[in-house]
Design a protein. Sequence first.
Length: 175
Amino acid sequence: MLSHSDPAGLLDLGPKIDFHRGVLNEERFNLLQSLFNGDKQQPDNLSKSIIETPPNDLGRVIAPISSPEPLDIHFRNNLPDWKESDFSEIANDAPSDILVHYDITGKSITEGKMGDINACFNDRLSQIRKMIVKNSKLPRKYSEVARLRRESSRYQGYENMAVAIGLVNEPRYTK
């Protein structure tokens, strides 16, 4: 390599034989030399092709912008996958005042009374409950909150465990 007339030009041909860096063995060196000698025999064609093709990269990158690395989000209760990018904003940032002027679908079956809203909410809650039970690894079968309250004497002590799925209005901590 040191005795070669143009070692830099020889190494510039490395990507043509898939040699980018590393140990240059004799086989690859011979391939580079044959490419180098082949290019030296046809310098006019190479210079014409270089002149005819305009440069693609007219500048240099000073501070490259890399794509952000994906966050490793751990899902609780093994729920189905979702992407943070699916949501336009964080739930706390969204306004909570809702005013319904009319139903654009024409398929409304409620008048907006409190009973209708409760029925819709309870239906959604039961759907969420079914999803949690289906896709999670709960330690025991879940029970209704009312049943657990009736049988609270059964669950005294630290070794007994009960599973309930519901909404928490106000967190309270016990012993």
